[in-house]
Design a protein around this ligand. Structure first.
Ligand SMILES: [Zn+2]
Length: 203
């Protein structure tokens, strides 16, 4: 049962509600997703309570009710979405009080991939062989090879479910691939006549 406690200590109902798309105002009030609510009557904090329909509980109850899943599944979902280790190291475990689904890293990946995609599209237009049989420019070849993959990654990051999104993030961040790609795109953009100035650098 330890994971139940770990999740409850790591994520508040308010954080989960925000992460799952509820608009929570500065007072912690939101439109209640559990009844037909027209004025925010759901109070969110460590726990949640609705003044309209009486729904209440902790972050696990909230997530279970919101997605129509069991408490055990809700714990799993929260652990995945907030990067909480289900088997924390035995020595000392410091709960992540401000666990968030790594928005900065995600934003960097999306920015670098979009930048790369723009470059690939320029290459595809600019270096397409004029005649069939003409030797293929490396840049044109790269654009043909990579565009679908980059699009796939972007889709997964922007509109994907949490599980595939996490996997894509892992692939991009492992071994620093995204930083290598960032450096590579930056360098190749500079070589491209007339286009370098149009790009926004990724923060
Ligand atoms: Zn309600």
């Amino acid at each position: 049962m330890k994971i139940f406690e770990t999740v409850k200590q790591s994520v508040t109902a308010r954080q989960a509600a925000k992460a799952y798309g509820l608009e929570v105002d500065v007072h912690g009030m939101a439109l209640c997703p559990f009844h037909d609510d027209h004025h925010p009557s759901l109070k969110l904090d460590q726990r949640f309570y609705c003044f309209g329909c009486g729904a209440s509980g902790d972050v696990i109850d909230f997530t279970a009710k919101l997605f129509g899943i069991s408490p055990r599944e809700a714990v799993q979902k929260l652990a995945e979405d907030f990067g909480i280790n289900p088997r924390p190291p035995t020595e000392v475990h410091i709960p992540k009080r401000h666990a968030e689904p790594r928005p900065d890293l995600e934003r960097l990946c999306i920015c670098v991939l979009r930048d790369y995609l723009r470059l690939l599209r320029i290459w595809r237009l600019r270096y397409e062989p004029a005649e069939p049989g003409e030797p293929m420019d490396d840049r044109f070849a790269e654009s043909c090879q990579m565009e679908a993959t980059v699009n796939f990654f972007l889709d997964a990051l922007i509109v994907g479910d949490p599980a595939p999104r996490e996997r894509v993030l892992e692939v991009l961040v492992k071994d620093g691939s995204i930083y290598e790609l960032q450096a590579y795109v930056g360098k190749r953009k500079k070589e491209e006549p007339g286009h370098a100035g149009k790009y926004q650098p990724c923060a």
